[in-house]
Design a protein around this ligand. Structure first.
Ligand code: UDP
Length: 366
């Protein structure tokens, strides 16, 4: 066999695994069915602006090892994510913090804000939140739930908030300080020059074959390497034989505008139910762009169907059970490691994907 490892998918998980394997003297081939590397963190220059083609990615982590790792492949700028919520033309600060509470209720102190939330939580009679709606109301009260969470979440996930797991909303901080930083992370930024360049640096000197579909050519490709690192959808690997896992997909409408500034911020979330898109990204603000034009992407969320790009695993009970069955099957594939957001069917952030790839390397590469 020509290679020790065949890495299927040139996204973050695959690129990190490949880099580390090569560092340990292994022979590695990376393949990807797309015409480019970088998976869903792929960025492409339009009008001199790095456009996040598969949705906005803001690198943030508390994991020093991961932060040091990515800094070997890119320089990171000081971008801090502070999305604005637009509810029928009313603008609110995100994540939920004193600016949000002040705009919503006119309160000016943390005590007043906490008292208002407590009152709304008690009125709703929630003691132990069982779903996203109850979790949201108990964290921030009914007003914020209705204006900033309900419509956005139901558009994004295509399911009522009462049927979604509580953990999704726990991703967002709630703060009683005036701090619009969306993430509770020690380290945050955007790789200068775009994510594609960062992943290319990770893959520097490693053989990569693009436009190469693993599942369509599995028998042949399997002959090339002793082991496979598979980062595609786990259900697709098994030909969907237990049924299809559900994903949410996203469609982007990207436009170049002949003006320097469209919305004054990288991300504006449209949190009402009526606006059909979930958010608008203005890409230049990730890198403090000074270009004369601007590029924006409207994001529309949809249920995934075969042929679409899968983005978000739907980590509810039903899909969790089905994933557990696939995972069992995966355990029987002794020469295959399943990794990444799709391979592990987890709503992973970039840093967690990298941490999990580094972990797999520690176990695998001796
Ligand atoms: N969310 C919300 N309103 C917002 C932003 C987020 O209700 O304005 C909720 C929504 O349920 C979403 C979750 O918080 O799915 C997590 O948001 P995050 O920004 O982490 O999602 P991502 O950037 O991964 O799409």
């Amino acid at each position: 066999m020509k290679y020790d490892y065949l890495v299927v998918g040139a996204g973050l998980y695959g690129a990190v695994f490949a880099r580390e394997a090569v560092r340990k003297g292994k022979k590695v081939l990376v393949i990807d069915k797309r015409p480019n590397v970088a998976g869903n963190v792929f960025t492409e220059q339009i009008e001199g602006i790095n456009v996040h083609k598969y949705g906005a990615h803001i690198f943030h982590t508390n994991n020093k090892e991961v932060w040091d790792y990515v800094n070997r492949f890119a320089e990171f700028n000081r971008f801090t994510n502070s999305p604005v919520a637009n509810y029928h033309g009313e603008l609110y600060s995100l994540p939920f913090n004193m600016y949000t509470f002040n705009k919503m209720w006119g309160v000016t102190t943390p005590e007043e804000a906490e008292a208002e939330i407590k009152k709304q939580r008690e009125e709703a009679g929630i003691t132990e939140p069982k779903n996203l709606e109850e979790q949201a109301i108990s964290l921030v009260g009914k007003d914020i739930y209705e204006k900033l969470i309900k419509g956005y979440t139901e558009k994004q996930w295509g399911r009522p908030c009462t049927e979604l797991p509580a953990f999704i909303i726990k991703r967002l901080p709630v703060r009683f300080t005036f701090d619009n930083n969306y993430f509770n992370a020690l380290y945050q930024g955007i790789p200068v020059g775009g994510y594609t360049k960062m992943v290319e640096n990770m893959l520097d000197g490693i053989e990569v074959r693009l436009n190469c579909d693993y599942l369509e050519n599995k028998a042949e490709l399997d002959k090339l390497a002793k082991k496979v690192i598979y980062t595609g959808p786990i259900d697709a690997y098994f030909g969907f034989k237990l049924g299809a896992l559900e994903y949410r997909s996203v469609r982007f409408e990207t436009e170049v505008l002949d003006k320097p500034n469209f919305q004054g911020n990288a991300a504006v979330n449209y949190t009402d139910r009526e606006t059909p898109w979930t958010r608008i990204i203005e890409h230049k603000w990730f890198e403090f762009g000074t270009q004369p034009k601007t590029v924006i992407s409207r994001e529309y969320s949809s249920e995934w169907k075969q042929g679409d790009e899968p983005y978000y695993p739907v980590n509810d009970e039903k899909n969790g059970k089905l994933y557990a069955e696939y995972k069992q099957l995966a355990g029987g594939e002794k020469d295959v490691i399943f990794g990444g957001r799709l391979g592990e069917y987890k709503y992973y952030d970039m840093d967690v994907v990298i941490a999990s790839a580094l972990d797999a390397c520690r176990k695998e590469l001796v």
